[in-house]
Write a protein that binds this ligand. Structure first.
Ligand SMILES: C[S@@+](CC[C@H](N)C(=O)[O-])C[C@H]1O[C@@H](n2cnc3c(N)ncnc32)[C@H](O)[C@@H]1O
Length: 181
């Protein structure tokens, strides 16, 4: 099934009618660490377009835990991406700490926050913050600026960038910043 048809059929969990563009994938992966042995988490793998960009950016000894609630999407990526650095987790981002015990060096997300309850939104953002290493980033794609304040209430350094796509996409880059005293 084409990605757009699969996304439309599952609109209430995808929150999108098509996958993110290449430009968006590159922008959301901007702060990924390139060093050896890093742990990356993806929220909302879909058909794996951003997953592929993450795998292109990171080193050969790093790994990606990709969370996805849709069973069919997990099966699709399992068949189409053959990379031993990829660990597919068929579960929600809100359950991050049930699956990832290591310190996380970057989170990349494209999950539809506007479809979640306030409690779930804060649970996911706080969970990502708690799991991240010092000075690591959570970068998230969204179609509006509406959730930016929620990220700012948890992360101490957040910036907003946009892409030229239609509809316009926003990327929130949020850093778990620690200042040495
Ligand atoms: C807008 S699509 C993005 C897919 C792809 N990464 C992209 O950028 O084109 C959002 C994805 O998040 C998944 N999703 C929704 N809620 C989720 C949750 N709580 N945890 C993990 N994935 C979730 C949906 O099933 C869907 O595949």
């Amino acid at each position: 099934m084409s990605t757009s048809i699969a996304f439309i059929k599952n609109l209430f969990t995808t929150g999108a009618i098509t996958e993110s563009s290449e430009e968006t994938a590159k922008e959301v992966c901007k702060y990924l660490p390139k060093e050896e042995g890093k742990v990356i988490v993806e929220f909302g793998m879909g058909h794996g377009n951003i997953t592929r960009e993450i795998l292109n950016c990171i080193s050969s000894t790093s790994k990606v835990y990709a969370f996805e609630v849709n069973d069919d999407f997990c099966a699709y990526v399992n068949k189409s991406i053959d990379d031993k650095r990829l660990i597919i987790i068929n579960d929600g981002a809100e359950n991050l700490n049930n699956h990832v015990m290591e310190e996380v060096h970057a989170v990349v997300g494209s999950i539809p926050y506007s479809f979640f309850s306030k409690e779930k939104q804060f649970q996911i953002i706080q969970g990502a913050y708690d799991g991240l290493a010092k000075n690591a980033y959570y970068s998230q794609i969204l179609y509006s600026k509406l959730n930016f304040k929620k990220f700012q209430s948890i992360f101490n350094h957040c910036i907003l960038t946009t892409t030229r796509n239609i509809p316009k996409g926003y990327i929130y880059h949020c850093k778990k910043e620690f200042h040495q005293t």
